[in-house]
Design a protein around this ligand. Structure first.
Ligand code: SF4
Length: 605
């Protein structure tokens, strides 16, 4: 890696990937024909849905594959070395030294038994063993300054669990940058962070790459984040490059139908519209189409698309811009965001003066002796969607759990349909508790893996409506249809369903309870952007049919898309609240202004 002063005005290529292919041991292709290069100081983003191959490519840059897979062909050239030709010993020296890796989840990547100082010293012992002790300490201090962490003993002697999520992610950046690599691979490094922390970490990454001439490969499913940080973007679909362009070109004029679909699926803080999902699902490795892999989902597909793999062709508006599509000539109109815009006028006025469905009065909660909710009050009307937003630790989920009766330490008043509502779920009557349903963030963990969809829904009917058991087949079918799932899926187990299908089953389970109020706790954050768009569409349609929604999220793009009103929380207290457009367009409090400014957006204002 270059020092700050050594970085040349004309950067050279830091990493060059030629015709990379990764397959399963049985020969099934995972990714193929992947070629790109990245200049010193630049950031290339790899984007696409789950199964597109982005993480496979990212790890192959360190000559690594998951179990059962192998790198079948290609070159990865870094600093004059083809990494794929190195033996295990040479690879160990290169990994972490020439090419370093920042994983998604810092809490599992850091060793809980050793201090931050020991983490950093261990990396230097492995990759810079000749450094004298004083130089080693100087390198540690400078790296911590670079990633904007304290370098005092009090911080260095902490263990990972004593740090916030943002601090842990910065420690991972420090561990990656301390060896002065040529290339850094970042695998969704900010997914677990709230929007403010994410914005700060991204700024640090960009600054360090530019300052030290490090080339970064940034894996992300969040295109708004990508627009903020990347110089170039590769859109992957089914293990192949669909489109490659500068970030400016990709976001102003994406050409590939899949790129256009991905961008149209993003909720954006500056667009009052519901994002549009891409029809269908990403294919499994075994079910990829023979010609263009996007053909089963493509509105422009023609006969040739079924059998002929489209080559990556340059389009004439820029040499850097290549697209794999047979039918570019059929696209005559310039791309524009294709969101649903109808019927999104604020419902606050339409909802009028009707009495609230839910009232929360002077809600307090504590955890481990610490006050985590402080005098929170608000109300919710029938058919209204209220978004709870704020950084991690702001109290969003604590409020949600209190409404659901799941917070044993809550105190204060809850009123539902004008009646006092017990704070503990077990003290609520069945006639009330079926009306308030909670949908969790992770659909993979919220369903019993040993029960089919039918058994899960049947248990819910049995619990709340035993007198309706004779009609359970009709109830289950109706719930699945309502969430746009094929009733034929009822006899499948969770492991046989995609993430989007699982979250729909979670919503169907809630609907079987005949709820009046749905509490949605970050329900789309574990999903691909296209699946997220489909779930948001579904939530909005349920709301139009009279359901009230409390929607917890850190994504202000989602808030703009579906909420009627917003409650902004900080450190367990309400900072600001109001009608969604007014609050997002004219925030009154500095904290709200900061949240809005830190929200990534794909729209150029
Ligand atoms: Fe669609 Fe055909 Fe282009 Fe593939 S090649 S993206 S199927 S038009």
């Amino acid at each position: 890696m270059h020092s700050r002063l050594q970085l040349q005005s004309t950067p050279s290529v830091a990493i060059e990937v030629n015709n990379l292919g990764v397959s399963l041991i049985d020969g099934t292709t995972i990714v193929s024909e992947i070629s790109f290069s990245v200049l010193e100081g630049q950031i290339l983003a790899l984007v696409g849905e789950s199964g597109s191959g982005k993480t496979t490519i990212a790890t192959a840059l360190l000559a690594h594959t998951r179990q059962g897979a192998k790198i079948s062909q290609g070159e990865v050239n870094v600093a004059g070395l083809d990494i794929l030709k190195l033996d295990e010993n040479a690879l160990r020296r290169v990994r972490g030294k020439q090419v370093s890796y920042v994983p998604q989840n810092p809490s599992t990547a850091l060793n809980p038994l050793i201090t931050i100082k020991t983490h950093l010293e261990d990396v230097l012992k492995t990759h810079a063993p000749t450094l004298a002790a004083a130089q080693q300490q100087a390198r540690i201090i400078n790296t911590l300054k670079d990633v904007e962490l304290s370098h005092g003993d009090a911080f260095l002697n902490r263990y990972p669990h004593q740090l916030s999520g943002g601090q842990q992610q910065r420690v991972l950046l420090a561990l990656s940058f301390i060896t002065k690599p040529s290339v850094i691979v970042l695998d969704e490094p900010t997914t677990a962070l709230d929007v403010t922390t994410q914005a700060k970490v991204l700024l640090t990454v960009k600054k360090l790459c530019q300052s030290y001439g490090v080339a970064a490969i940034y894996v992300s499913h969040d295109l708004a984040v990508v627009k903020k940080i990347a110089d170039h973007v590769i859109v992957l679909y089914g293990g192949r490059i669909a489109e490659k362009a500068t970030a400016a070109a990709m976001f102003s004029h994406p050409w590939h139908p899949y790129s256009q679909g991905l961008i149209s699926a993003i909720p954006d803080i500056h667009l009052r519209s519901i994002p549009v999902p891409i029809v269908g699902n990403a294919p499994s490795l075994q079910s990829r189409a023979k010609g263009c892999v996007f053909e089963p989902r493509c509105k422009l597909a023609t006969l040739a698309c079924k059998t002929i793999v489209p080559p990556l062709d340059k389009i004439d508006i820029g040499d850097d811009h290549v697209v794999a599509c047979h039918n570019l000539s059929r696209q005559t109109d310039p791309f524009s965001f294709n969101h649903h815009t109808a019927a999104l006028k604020s419902r606050v006025i339409q909802l009028g003066t009707q009495p609230p469905l839910l009232e929360v009065k002077h809600l307090f909660a504590s955890y481990d002796g610490k006050q985590v909710l402080k005098d929170v009050s608000f109300h919710l009307k029938k058919g209204e969607c209220l978004a709870l937003v704020g950084e991690s630790g702001s109290g969003k989920t604590t409020i949600s759990r209190a409404i659901a009766g799941l917070n044993a330490n809550a105190a204060g008043g809850l009123y539902f349909k004008g009646q006092s509502l017990a704070l503990a779920a077990r003290s609520r009557s069945a006639a009330i508790s079926h009306q308030i349903q909670y949908i969790f963030q992770n659909p993979y963990q919220s369903l019993n893996p040993r029960q089919t969809v039918r058994q899960t829904l049947l248990n819910t009917v049995r619990h709340y409506f035993p007198d309706k058991l004779k009609d359970s087949d009709e109830i289950i079918t109706a719930a699945l249809i309502r969430v746009a799932l094929d009733p034929g899926l009822a006899d499948r187990f969770p492991k046989e369903l995609s993430g989007g299908e699982l979250q729909r089953v979670s919503i169907a389970r809630a609907l079987v309870c005949e709820p009046s109020l749905l509490i949605c706790d970050e329900i789309t954050s574990a999903l691909d952007v296209s699946v997220q768009a489909a779930i948001l569409e579904l939530i909005k349609s349920l709301q139009r049919n009279g359901l009230s929604i409390v929607f917890v999220t850190h994504n202000l793009g989602i808030v703009r898309s579906i909420a009627d009103r917003v409650l902004v929380l900080k450190n367990g207290a309400v900072v600001e609240s109001g009608e969604v457009d007014t609050l997002l367009d004219q925030p009154q409090q500095p904290y709200t202004q900061e949240l809005i400014n830190d929200s990534p957006s794909i729209v150029d204002l």
